[in-house]
Design a protein around this ligand. Structure first.
Ligand code: MLT
Length: 400
């Protein structure tokens, strides 16, 4: 007799973005004339840049001719893309071999699947608040979780666990708080992991939103990280691939678990991918190569700057009416503090009904997210301007 996985009872009925939309639906249905600006889910809005369109076209073109048509590709990713990713790291003075690169259909799948490398008994540390995909996929697969609190007191950078944990999931620049870990902060995590023989899973999906040269864009900027960290990257937010789907994970050959030897985790991830994944779309991988070309890098960085200008506009408007805001400087998320006595769902309702803006209540990211709200800076400029006009007009002055 088949039995359902009881762990689904441990997660909320809906994923957080669907929950927010469900909550907004009655107001939207009752007010068909009101245009709502959606700054809830972190979804890119601007068209793919010309260099990437050319790359994707080339991918389609290749499939149209016998001489260049290809069926299954390598499960680990096209050799040319793996090499281009290795060179991309090389330009940042980080040595990654192409065989350590595993191309995926996006960071979200890898964030969930990568835990399969570790024993079911592993204790997984995640931050609170947290990107819900880490928490929910760990819960669905029956993992033991402990939370690292991130609060205003510690600048929303998780506190190093006092006890020994097996796997730590970190995200910098952070979703949802927009905080960025410094070199020293990441070094203390790497030191902790090496001392305790733990493994860090580092989600660097927002690395291209870091302004300036001092903040680390990769965990591998920290000495010793190749022995204790897997890095997950994405083309979604840096190149507008949220719908196109492409990312990668770095599983270093020198990565070593408490009971393993060097090379085993790299070999096991390879084995996993060959069994459960047939490689990313070949058309899309041509697009990925175009992103990493000099022209692609120039054009996609301009697009990132566009979203960061949105973030600046939102931040300034919120500050001008008296909100206490965090993030939005090195990340496309603004994390704002709810006024005293207002819960995050109450503020969500106020933003919806007064300013006609959909946001994400902080509590959707965990208990420590209560009292905060996340606003995404992805969106067309005219919609962002409309949203901030409405925030300025409808919120008056808020007591902090
Ligand atoms: C978000 O945080 O809104 C996301 O990046 C969307 C998702 O959950 O994949």
């Amino acid at each position: 007799m088949a039995k359902v996985n009881p762990n689904f009872k441990n997660v909320s009925e809906r994923y957080f973005s669907a929950e927010a939309l469900k909550r907004a639906k009655p107001f939207i249905d009752e007010n068909p004339g009101i245009e709502i600006v959606k700054l809830g889910i972190g979804d890119t809005s601007e068209p793919l840049v010309p260099a990437v369109i050319a790359g994707l076209r080339e991918g389609v073109e290749k499939l149209s001719k016998r001489e260049t048509y290809r069926g299954y590709g390598d499960e680990q990713g096209d050799t040319r893309l793996r090499k281009a990713i290795s060179e991309w790291y090389g330009k940042r003075n980080i040595g990654i071999e192409p065989e350590e690169v595993f191309v995926s259909d996006g960071a979200k799948s890898d964030c969930g699947n990568i835990l399969s490398l570790f024993s079911g008994a592993s204790l997984i540390a995640i931050s609170d608040p947290v990107y819900p995909a880490y928490r929910d996929s760990a819960l669905i697969t029956g993992r033991n979780i402990m939370y690292m609190e991130c609060s205003e007191k510690n600048g929303f950078i998780p506190a190093i666990p006092k006890e020994k944990v097996d796997v730590l999931i970190l995200c910098s620049p952070n979703n949802p708080t927009g905080a960025v870990a410094t070199h020293a902060q990441l070094k203390s995590f790497v030191d902790y992991a090496r001392k305790n023989k733990s493994i860090i899973i580092f989600d660097a999906a927002y690395s291209e939103y870091i302004n300036g040269p001092t903040m680390p864009k990769s965990i591998y900027e920290i000495e010793g990280a190749k022995q204790c960290a897997i890095e997950i990257q994405s083309f979604s937010k840096s190149a507008g691939f949220t719908g196109v789907r492409l990312g990668w994970s770095i599983v270093p050959k020198s990565l070593i678990a408490e009971d393993g030897t060097e090379g085993v985790l790299n070999q096991y991830w390879n084995r996993r991918q060959m069994t459960m994944f047939n490689g990313a779309s070949n058309i899309v991988q041509e697009g990925g190569m175009a992103v990493l070309s000099p022209l692609g890098q120039k054009q996609t960085h301009q697009q990132v700057a566009y979203y960061m200008e949105n973030a600046r506009i939102i931040r300034e408007a919120l500050e001008s009416v008296g909100f206490n805001v965090f993030g939005g400087v090195n990340a496309p998320y603004i994390w704002l503090k709810c006024p005293e006595g207002t819960s995050s769902w109450e503020l969500f309702d106020e933003f919806l009904t007064k300013a006609h803006v959909i946001t994400t209540p902080g509590v959707a990211f965990g208990n420590s997210g209560e009292g905060y709200m996340r606003i995404s800076a992805f969106g067309h400029r005219e919609d962002i301007e409309k949203a901030v006009r409405s925030i300025r007009e409808n919120f008056g002055t808020i007591a902090k």
